[in-house]
Write a protein that binds this ligand. Structure first.
Ligand code: PEP
Ligand code: MG
Length: 572
């Protein structure tokens, strides 16, 4: 057995949660064993045109099963091949006597090389999409069906390259889990895996070499672990875990109609996170009490020109109307770092996570910020909207942003346009500076929302996407717990609300601590009921005691152990 496989175990990055067992269905990389040259260019051209026609139809069919955002990914693939430059280049190669397959391969290869050499993580990730399109068209030209069609029930699909088109063509009735050698948490394939709720572990080194077709596998995302040909005991353990998850899912259904309460009946607000109108609807379906974080950067992505004030207004209005009086917390544009927006012409930076991003960018770009604030204020006439500023580090930033908000209010008043003149303005607390100076910053805010995705990254000085330093990226580190407690105390001392909208608000080890520290949890709609269920397990007094004990601990392991050993006694 290879050295990357320890005791029949393989490890990777868990991107879509769950546990499953089944038989391995290994898909090896497709060989490009086609001829390179052809005499009849006319025939090759017509084969190519037919292939893109079929590719487009197949994609439309697959996209039909997906939501708005995921559909866009697949339809973007069709757009890629229809791009006039790509199309003309392939045509030219065919006219130079290449076969349609070779022409497609060569033109796409150029793009792949270009993207692979970029320093931008997102651009590099897009290589998977380009390869996917290239392979898809070549496969149609070769009249090959991917092996996916022969898949049996209870299969764990193991692939070298997990592509959006592959994952969206999987039959959810038959495929219980997915393992791939490539991919990361933010890749399009990972987004699709989460949407389709297929337990998936990506970035598993040499998976298609080590795992053999027909091997029995356990895929457990809790510890990002794959067990090859497990023992009887391991299968029994897996079945027990599956039963437990099933029973939990049954239990949590009742929380759909129950209010969000701690065990001692203290009311906590439970909000959902969103990036599109579709996400707002997903929240509404699970009875969200509002949207605690609406990430607006997605509205600016994947477009050639920046989104206009009117377009934004229509989207915010649609979201706040759908929420029927429940709050919509709109985070002003948070770009830079890991989020690039082509249409805004951002400069390349040496240290993008410490650079000209989020509120820093907006305060310097009235051409972007003012239209956004105007759209938000205009939409505030149709329901309850709150403005949330990202990546704040100083009180001056809040004051400057508020000045701009007041200017927009004056302009709207002059034009006799309705808006909520008492609109609340709060900040995301996600930098060490904001956390340390929380008692100062809260004076200028109506609320705080703790952005732990970034707060952990900046306190621990670890890139949140870097696998090699992942061991340091934890909200249970003593420094992070101390910061969260301080932020919470500062907000409450001034009778202001404090929430959390980072992913860690759903973390089962964090929740017992957070119950006494937060007034509001804002979570992915898929985890809303589970979070409510977990909150209901603990009393505020127990949580307060736990936080005090945690503050005495020196290491993450001690805190983890403390929570695990003591919270058992608090169970419902
Ligand atoms: C956060 O940093 O916790 C957060 C919610 O914002 P994002 O993940 O968009 O940076
Ligand atoms: Mg953030």
């Amino acid at each position: 057995m290879n050295q990357v496989c320890l005791n029949n175990k393989l490890f990777g990055i868990a991107v879509s949660k769950g546990i499953a067992n089944g038989k391995a269905f290994v898909i090896k990389t497709r060989e490009n064993d086609f001829s390179h040259f052809a005499d009849n260019s006319k025939l090759e051209l017509s084969r190519f045109l037919d292939a893109i026609d079929k590719f487009e139809k197949d994609n439309e069919e697959k996209a039909f099963r997906l939501n708005e955002k995921e559909r866009k990914i697949l339809l973007g693939h069709t757009a890629m091949v229809k791009d006039p430059y790509v199309f003309d280049s392939i045509k030219k190669e065919i006219e130079n006597k290449k076969t349609a397959e070779k022409a497609v391969f060569d033109v796409f290869e150029e793009y792949i090389k270009l993207f692979e050499n970029s320093n931008d993580k997102i651009t590099i990730e897009r290589c998977d999409d380009i390869k996917d399109v290239r392979n898809g068209i070549i496969e149609i030209l070769q009249n090959k069906n991917t092996k996916v069609s022969g898949i049996g029930y209870n299969s764990v699909v193991v692939v070298k390259e997990l592509t959006p088109s592959l994952i969206s063509s999987l039959d959810r009735e038959k495929v219980v889990a997915v393992i791939s050698e490539n991919g990361s948490e933010t890749s399009h394939s990972a987004i699709l895996a989460r949407t389709l709720e297929i337990p998936s572990i990506l970035s598993v080194k040499s998976a298609t070499e080590i795992i053999k077709d027909g091997d029995t596998l356990i895929v457990d995302t809790e510890n990002s672990q794959i067990t090859i040909n497990p023992s009887k005991n391991e299968i029994i353990e897996c079945e027990k875990k599956k039963e437990k998850i099933k029973a939990e899912n049954e239990k949590i259904k009742k929380y759909l109609t129950l209010p969000c309460l701690t065990k001692d009946s203290k009311r906590i607000s439970i909000y959902s996170n969103a990036g599109t109108f579709f996400d707002v609807e997903r929240g509404i379906k699970v009875n969200t009490e509002g949207v605690g974080l609406f990430r607006t950067e997605f509205l600016y992505m994947d477009r050639e020109t920046p989104i206009t004030e009117e377009e934004q207004f229509q989207i915010y209005k649609k979201c706040v109307t759908a929420l029927k009086g429940k709050p919509l917390t709109i985070r002003t544009l948070d770009i830079g770092g890991d989020k690039n927006v082509k249409s805004l012409d951002l400069k390349k930076e040496e240290n993008p996570f410490l650079g000209f991003r989020a509120i820093r960018f907006c305060l310097n770009r009235d051409d972007v910020f003012i239209p956004q604030l105007t759209a938000i204020l205009k939409a505030s006439a149709y329901g309850k909207i709150r403005i949330m500023l990202p990546l704040v580090t100083t009180a001056n930033e809040i004051l400057s942003a508020k000045e701009k908000i007041e200017c927009v209010k004056m302009t709207l008043s002059k034009k006799k346009v309705d808006f909520d003149s008492n609109i609340e303005v709060g900040i995301m607390v996600e930098t060490p500076s904001a956390a340390i100076s929380a008692e100062k910053l809260i004076k200028y805010c109506d609320f705080f929302s703790i952005g732990t995705n970034d707060l952990v990254q900046y306190i621990m000085a670890v890139d949140r996407g870097n696998k090699d330093v992942k061991y340091l990226y934890s909200p249970l580190e003593p420094a992070v717990i101390k910061a969260i407690k301080h932020i919470s105390d500062c907000a409450r001392n001034q009778n202001k609300e404090v929430g959390m909208c980072g992913e860690q608000a759903t973390d089962k080890t964090m929740i017992p601590l957070l119950v006494s520290l937060l007034d509001e949890f804002s979570v992915n709609p898929a985890f809303l009921l589970k979070t409510k269920y977990r909150i209901a397990k603990y009393t505020t007094d127990f949580s307060k005691w736990l936080v005090n004990e945690a503050l005495k601990c020196d290491t993450k392991a001690e805190i983890e152990n403390l929570v695990k050993t003591t919270s058992q006694s608090q169970k419902l």
